[in-house]
Write a protein that binds this ligand. Structure first.
Ligand code: KIV
Ligand code: ZN
Length: 511
């Protein structure tokens, strides 16, 4: 009887969602966000229902510090976490950045694997153990909620790992996070590791076990779920799986796997409002410039599309023949023909609301006038067109340079020549240039004005929707002072979209 009751309780266990989009996710090359953009993502994460939101690594730079501080002062429900190495200055910065947080958490980390000890620290195990204890104790003085991560745990010597974990808990850590820092492990190994930690660390009952997986072998989601099967009750993850190198475990995959296959995962649940997933994914993709691959599970454009006639037919008869989730459960509405030239403000705002965008009056007005301008050029306006408009509006606030006009002459027998007018630092400037093609000519003309001259690494043009009059979405990647910066721009004119995308990167560089 007692056994049966125990089993029943276990079924209702919650898995804490620790989102690190703004810390590990932002460490993805080229993903850098401004503090305001981070705040926008943080608001969406709170709406999504993440329990803990890792807002950054305050010691890394004054910008990081400011972003954590800003987010800490605004979040009402989600705990706000700041990362720190086992150094006094890191812990102090984390403490200071979290002063206004309702629910602060300090996340202290220190590598425990032999390879890190030998090459990164040149320290012996005992010294590492001491550093960890000291740091956790120090952090605990400032904040009751301390998380400790033995970095590279999956490649660490087991006995040493158990000792560090035990000491960290004794020193006041409430959560022990197990990172697969280099994405080296596989599901059975992770499951065994977590089970072993439960059976070998005497005081483990005083802490929540967490998992942090990287995706170097494409196993981050599977590994994290294996940890849940072994009893981990917190998962570190990011939206769209962005993060260092191949990224982190993806929030949307984990949450939906546990929801769709709840019984298989011991009946655990999360607090995530899955209907906010799609919107959150779009926001992160828009602001970071990282496109979601069309075949990405849960949030990819094709995730709920059925091409084969046999599938389409079966779906019409019974949805579950080929769909294991309802797209509406993650907040994807039908992409339908929505509006046209004669649609009014109310219809537009209502449709945007259905798509998950609640705009204030000023933003609503601006999107409406953009919508009217687009409707003059394009008869049929789809949901994706509207999303592109709103995304442009979201990105707009940090414009130091913006497009006034662009004119290009080009042809099979004449070299391209661009005349570009941009508003730059409050004044309108004009420049002309030739180039290796019309886009190159435009970019060279802009370079003459701003003198920033980033190096173009990649250029990609996609249609936002179908039809010959579809808007073009240009995404570019540039390099500036060893940093990769992404930008995007949409328009029915692909040259205009190309210029907007380039200016988007310049705005990021200049701000
Ligand atoms: O991958 C990692 O080990 C980390 C730690 C800071 C937790 O990101
Ligand atoms: Zn990581």
């Amino acid at each position: 009887m007692a056994q049966a009751r125990k089993k029943k309780t276990a079924k209702k266990e919650k898995v804490i969602i620790f989102d690190t989009t703004l810390r590990d996710g932002e460490q993805a090359p080229g993903a850098s966000l401004t503090s305001e953009e981070k705040l926008e993502v943080a608001h969406q994460l709170e709406l999504l229902g993440v329990n803990v939101l890792e807002a950054g690594f305050p010691i890394a730079s004054p910008d990081d510090f400011y972003a954590v501080k800003l987010i800490a002062s605004r979040m009402k429900k989600s705990a706000v976490c700041a990362l720190a190495r086992c150094k006094d200055e890191d812990i102090n910065a984390a403490r200071d950045s979290l002063k206004k947080a309702k629910h602060p958490r300090i996340h202290v980390f220190l590598a425990t694997s032999k390879i890190h000890l030998k090459y990164k620290f040149k320290k012996a195990e005992e010294e590492i153990l001491e550093l960890a204890v000291r740091a956790v104790r120090r952090a605990r003085k400032f904040c009751p909620d301390i998380e400790f991560s033995p970095e590279d745990a999956t490649r660490s010597d087991r006995e040493f790992l158990y000792r560090v974990i035990e000491a960290a808990i004794d020193s006041g850590a409430r959560t022990i996070n197990i990172p697969d820092t280099v994405g080296y492990s596989y599901p059975q190994e992770i499951q065994a590791l977590i089970e072993d930690i439960f059976s070998h660390v005497p005081n483990i009952g005083k802490a929540v076990i967490s998992i942090h997986c990287h995706n170097d072998l494409g196993l981050a989601t599977a590994n994290s779920l294996s940890a849940v099967l072994a009893g981990a009750r917190q998962i570190h993850c990011t939206l769209n799986g962005i993060g260092e190198r191949a990224g982190n475990a993806s929030l949307e995959e984990l949450v939906m796997a546990m929801k769709v296959r709840r019984k298989a995962f011991r009946g655990v649940y999360t607090d995530i409002n899955t209907k906010e997933i799609y919107r959150a994914s779009r926001l992160v993709s828009t602001l970071t410039g990282f496109m979601v691959p069309p075949n990405k599970a849960i949030v990819g454009r094709n995730a709920f599309r059925h091409e084969s006639g046999i599938h389409q037919d079966a779906i019409l008869k019974k949805r579950s023949t080929y769909e294991i989730m309802n797209p509406r459960d993650i907040g994807i509405g039908k992409s339908q023909l929505v509006l046209g030239k004669h649609s009014g403000r109310h219809a537009l705002l209502q449709r945007l609301k259905d798509l998950g965008f609640v705009l204030d009056k000023t933003k609503g007005e601006r999107v409406f006038s953009r919508f009217k301008a687009l409707a003059d050029k394009k008869k049929q306006i789809f949901d994706d067109d509207l999303i592109a408009l709103v995304e442009e509006e979201i990105r707009k606030k940090k414009k130091i340079c913006s497009l006034v006009s662009v004119q290009v002459t080009t042809g099979t027998d004449i070299p391209p020549e661009a005349k570009v007018k941009i508003k730059y630092k409050g004044k309108v400037h004009e420049a002309r240039s030739g180039g290796d093609g019309p886009v190159d000519a435009c970019y060279k003309a802009i370079d003459k004005i701003t003198k920033v001259r980033p190096k173009l690494l990649s250029y990609k043009l996609d249609a936002v929707t179908r039809g010959k009059d579809a808007q073009g979405m240009v995404r570019v990647e540039v390099q500036y002072k060893n940093k990769t910066i992404r930008g995007q721009g949409a328009s029915t004119d692909v040259l205009e979209a190309s210029v907007k995308a380039y200016l988007d990167t310049l705005n990021k560089i200049l701000s």
